[in-house]
Design a protein. Structure first.
Length: 195
């Protein structure tokens, strides 16, 4: 009983987050247009280039922007610091190198958690709708949180351009199970502020 109840709660919270977000996650060609495309930050390498999972997010965001799905791309994550710490700078350089004009890029160097990113899209950035682009294991939580803070959030799961190592994949998926529980608690226990 001591193990069964917590396990059931974890499974239940995960299912709730995924099922609540599912109607709003679509392929790039089918997702509805929005005010912006949001790219949540992720690991960058010591030389300031994006790690493969972040590259996948950026490539998918670039594709959506080229399709005309949104006029702006919000780059949300850690900002400042050295090359190996500035997620926003790494994302900005990657997109500029691929022809996205600086005027289309919106830096959000204070998006340190997915919840922060979704809240900040509303205020201070003033977006009302967003296409959140993230890896398949993360996009449901981002959409779930976005919709609960009052953002008209839709999601696109970024295709993996290269295969991740099995260790990296399992680590991220395991971490995401706990992060979905935290998201569920943020919404239904701690009470996120709705925009």
């Amino acid at each position: 009983m001591a193990v069964a109840l917590p396990a059931a709660a974890i499974v239940g919270a995960n299912l709730h987050v995924v099922l609540a977000a599912d109607p709003f996650v679509a392929p790039a060609a089918a997702v509805l247009p929005a005010d912006c495309i949001v790219v949540p930050g992720a690991r960058i390498l010591a030389d300031g280039t994006p790690f493969s999972m972040l590259t996948d997010r950026l490539a998918a965001a670039h594709d959506l922007w080229r399709r005309g799905k949104a006029p702006r791309i919000v780059l949300s994550g850690r900002g400042g610091g050295g090359l190996a710490e500035d997620e926003v700078g790494a994302m900005r350089r990657w997109l500029l190198d691929r022809g996205v004009p600086a005027a289309a890029l919106v830096d959000d160097p204070a998006g340190l958690r997915t919840l922060d990113t979704m809240r900040r899209c509303l205020e201070p950035l003033g977006m009302r709708s967003a296409i959140v682009v993230s890896n398949d294991f993360h996009v449901a939580r981002a959409v779930f949180l976005g919709r609960h803070v009052g953002l008209d959030a839709r999601g696109v799961a970024a295709p993996a351009l290269v295969a991740y190592s099995s260790g990296t994949s399992w680590r991220n998926r395991g971490r995401e199970v706990l992060a979905r529980v935290r998201a569920w608690l943020d919404v239904f226990v701690f009470g996120v502020e709705v925009g």
